[in-house]
Design a protein around this ligand. Sequence first.
Ligand code: IPE
Ligand code: IPE
Ligand code: MG
Length: 252
Amino acid sequence: MALFGKNKKDNAAGAALAEEIVLPKHVGIIMDGNGRWAKNRGLPRKAGHREGAQVFRTITRYASEVGIRYLTVYAFSTENWKRPEDEVGALMGLFKSYLKEALEDFKDDDIVVRFIGEKSGFSPELQKLMTENEESSAYRDGMVLNIAMNYGSRDEIVRAVKSICADVKSGRIGESDISEQLFSDYLYTAGQPDPDLIIRPSGEYRISNFMLWQSAYTEFVIMNKLWPDFTKADFDEALRLYAQRNRRYGGV
Ligand code: IPE
Ligand code: IPE
Ligand code: MG
C-alpha cells in the first residue's frame, strides 16, 4: 500500500513551473546537512538522517511531478564508512526500511529506481533489496531515480578503467575505440545524460567525490539550508536559478 497519496496540488504546481522555465533534464542532489540539523536540536545524528530520509521521499516525488527526467541523489559515499559504527549502523537500518516500504511509494509515480555505487559493500540482505527494487521498477516509464550508495566517483572511474583494460585485453574492444563516449558507457550512469544541475544544500562549496566525470559542464546551486529543512519551494528556487544560467560549454 502506498504510504501517502499523489498530491494533485503539487502536480498542478509542478506542471505550471515546467511551462514557465526551461527544466534541467537531469538533476543531482548532494543530500548534506543531516548531522548539523540534529546537532542544532540537541539530537543524535541519526535523528537527522531519519528526517533527511523523509525529505528525500518528498523531493523525489516532487521532482517527478515537476517533470525532471533523471534525478540522482547522493545518499552514502565510499568515504562515509569511516563514520562511527553506530552512525553507519543507523544509516544501514534506514536504508533497509526505505528499500522495503518507502520505495513502494514510487510505484504511483512510475519512478524507475536504480542504484549507482558498489552494491557488494552492503549486507546480502540490503543487496537483495536493491536488486529487487531495480528489477521491479525497470519496466516503468517515469523519472529515473539513481540512488548513489557506496558511491565514489574516483572509485567509479577506476572501475571503468579496469573494465576497459580487461575488454581491450580480451579483444572485445580495440584501444582505438576508447573515446569520451565509450568511457561514459563504462560508468554507473551509462546511457543517461550528464547532470544539468547539481544542488548542494548545507552551504558547503565542494563536490565530495560526486559525479566528477559527468559534471564537467554541470551548473551548481549551493543552498544554505540543511537537507532536512529543504522544501519543494527550495527545489523550485534551484530550478529557477538554473534557468537563468547561460551555459556556454566553452563556446561564446
Ligand atoms: C548527509 O548529512 C548524509 C550522509 C552523508 C550520509 P551529513 O551526515 O553529512 O550531515 P553533516 O554534513 O554532518 O551536517
Ligand atoms: C557527501 O557529504 C556525501 C553525501 C551527502 C552522501 P559528506 O558530508 O560526506 O561530505 P563532506 O565530508 O562534507 O565533504
Ligand atoms: Mg556532511
